[in-house]
Design a protein around this ligand. Structure first.
Ligand SMILES: N[C@H](CCC[C@H](N)C(=O)O)C(=O)O
Length: 363
């Protein structure tokens, strides 16, 4: 016989059971492993069961064990996850280290990401076993169920999630295989995560975009028509496609807070010139080292932050002669520090990643 109980730390909060006579022992299904189980307390609503007492693990051991034990539980039809965010770009993190097959389908991911009918998130991220000699593999489904190659805010959350799963403290670095190739996040002593995001891809056909190259094989400050308006755009891939604009033709001083992203974002995302759709970054330049961005993401819409987008826009700003190689990029969710390093042509991103809650969801 099992009873359903809600336990916060070591206090039993409520008990419900289908039987009328109190049995001598119970199996308690809870998110936490308990070493012994006896229930006594006036807090048990049904007087029939007040003769039992509960002893749970010490909070410390319970806390340690509960993180992995909780995530390792495998009741069919239930997903255990941890919610993280990077500057408000938020993700359902799944411990998928026992398989290279995602634990949820793209359709289930879209339902989980729904902010009214599901958990609510910009995407679902799977921590999987390494491949090609890396420590781990990261896969991600956007909130529309599509699978992008990479996610900058997501990989910072990924690093913190891995450290949490393994109870690692202090400075940590991992090699992660992604759809954008090898990515190396490093948790710093101050808790910020610095990520080697690899090299930007500038060849138009590799972004991909059908905009004719106008600077070598790249698209830099080219004019495109979007819903009857001419915009100047530069196209960069960080493994995923980005269309960056600093303004409309003839109007270089974009005030990004005045934009109606829900109106213009989809027109860029689904534009015929982007065969794989695109993320679009609208950028305002405060100085050569300080930029501001709003983003309409492919497969996720307007988000509070986009890590790959912040990297792509600094590359675009440099190509257009607007910025230095080290910049602060302000996003609605907060700032990121970006460097496009000349020595190795890699882009480096530094920013936070925070845990929000542990949860279980019915699939
Ligand atoms: N929606 C993006 C993936 C997530 C990118 C963004 N959240 C980031 O932090 O890089 C795409 O389809 O390419």
């Amino acid at each position: 016989m099992s009873i359903a109980a809600t336990i916060t730390s070591t206090n039993l909060r409520s008990v419900s059971t289908s039987t009328t006579t109190p049995p001598s022992s119970y199996t308690l299904t809870t998110p936490f492993k308990l070493n012994t189980l006896k229930l006594t307390s006036s807090s048990i609503p049904n007087p029939k069961f007040r003769s039992l007492s509960v002893t749970a693990m010490t909070s410390a051991s319970q806390q340690t064990l509960s993180k992995t034990a909780f995530l390792d539980r495998t009741e069919s039809g239930t997903l255990h996850f941890v919610k993280y965010h990077g500057l408000g770009n938020d993700f359902i993190m799944v411990n998928n280290l026992d398989s290279m097959e995602p634990k949820v389908t793209p359709e289930q991911a879209a339902k989980l990401c729904d902010r009214n009918f599901g958990v609510g998130a910009d995407g679902v991220i799977f921590a999987m076993p390494g491949s090609n000699g890396t420590d781990y593999t990261m896969r991600i489904f956007n909130s529309d169920g599509s699978e992008p190659e990479m996610c900058g805010n997501g990989v910072r959350c990924f690093a913190k999630f891995i450290a949490d799963l393994n109870n690692l403290q202090g400075k940590q670095s991992f090699t992660v295989h992604t759809g954008a190739g090898l990515i190396i996040p490093e948790i710093q002593e101050d808790g910020q995560v610095k990520v080697d995001m690899g090299e930007p891809v500038l060849k138009a056909s590799d972004v991909p975009t059908k905009i004719p190259p106008n600077k070598g094989e790249s698209v830099v400050k080219a004019k495109i028509e979007v819903d009857g308006v001419s915009w100047n755009v530069t196209c960069v891939s960080m493994g995923n496609p980005h269309c960056i604009t600093f303004g409309r033709e003839g109007d270089e001083n974009l005030v990004v807070d005045e934009l109606n992203l829900a109106d213009i974002g989809p027109a860029f995302e689904h534009h015929v010139l982007f065969p794989a759709r695109t993320n679009t970054e609208f950028v305002q330049v405060f100085s050569r080292t300080h930029l501001k961005m709003r983003v309409w993401e492919r497969g996720a819409g307007a988000t509070l932050a986009c890590g790959t987008g912040a990297c792509a826009l600094v590359v675009a700003a440099i190509l257009e002669g607007r910025s230095e190689r080290n910049c602060t990029v302000d996003l609605p969710g907060g700032p990121l520090e970006i460097e496009w390093r000349e020595a190795d042509n890699h882009v480096y991103m530094t920013g936070p990643a925070e845990v929000v809650f542990y949860g279980s969801a019915h699939l």
